[in-house]
Ligand binder design. Sequence first.
Ligand code: PLP
Length: 401
Amino acid sequence: MSLAHGRPYLAIPGPSAMPDRVLRAMHRAAPNIYEGEIVEMTAQILADLRRVALSSGHVAIYISNGHGTWEAAIANLFSRGDKALVLATGRFGIGWAEHARAMGVEVEVVDFGLQTPADPGRLEAALRADTARKIKAVLVTHVDTATSIRNDIAAMRAAIDAAGHPALLAVDCVASIGCDEFRFDDWGVDVMVGASQKGLMVPPGLGFVWVSDKAVAACRGSDLATPYWNWNPRIFAEAYYLHFAGTAPTHHLFGLRESLAMILDEEGLENVWARHRALAGAVWAAFDAWGQGGDLGLNVADPAFRGSSVTAARIGGGGAARLRAWAEQKAGVTLGIGLGMAEPGTPQAGDFLRVAHMGHVNAHMTLGTLAVMEAGLKALGIPHGEGGLGAAAAAIARAAV
Ligand SMILES: *Cc1c(COP(=O)(O)O)cnc(C)c1O
């Protein structure tokens, strides 16, 4: 028998659960894109995008997904033959490096593997070795969605400064913006990329690039920037359509206006971070208990280096793939696939999954997901320690004081 009939729940790391309010805000007639409401609303959105990143710099909006923002950042940061230093902690860091290489940038990857964060000491050493100062920027992922590793961005800035190197610091926050604490100004970030469909709770289709004054000045002559991807006309738009190099993404903007109000003006950014941290804590508590009695566990050992928006885990013997199928077919919950953790097609590929807790997610949604997972472990006969759900409930009880 299947118990999946009812409202399905997508617990994958993007697209995330969206508020009905956001969807309703998009359900309307097309607006005039030359004057009136949308022009004023966009000015407010740009100001609020700076608030959500704690940035006093600039924002360019693209009609793209996260991969598009990678290319936007690369196109503006580099000229052909410039060098990028990429700190990789999972599939998304590797992916950003591949895009840079394909665009004609010389790329050096420092790979920290799939379970440990980027080490500031190795970053400093790599920059000190660059005596010719060829490295224009350091690219790093804040939370790598494949591994759920969260990197210490302030420590990366400190390492760049300790090396006395002029490299810009560019950070991929697609999985963390609106979920995990991020401080663009305070952490000395120069460029940051994000997208609409994760913590910002809007359908996929909007990409954002935040840029410091320093990065605007340092990248003015970059010869990879084609007219569409060039951030200058978008940032310093003298006419409304220049913000988007053409027609505005009208309905996405109406949705974004609503979600930014919910995050910044209603719940509050710090409360949003705390909610995501608490939900993550419930997932971690469940896995810690389950792992006492079976071949399963979290990917990242140290909680300080785990993202708040997504949790990567291993269930041996192909258990992750079987649990994902069970949860979807029997209980209406879709869990995330493992990404970049094992060669596709090998038996190990079925050992990894991800639980997302990003966006419009509350305690009952995450506890419900964990309850479904525990039911699935039992139904499938996958050995696991007892008490996972109790531990998750206790973590929520501790957090919700
Ligand atoms: C989701 C994600 C991307 C890619 O975003 P798309 O919108 O799927 O192109 C890039 N980086 C990180 C860290 C992500 O989580």
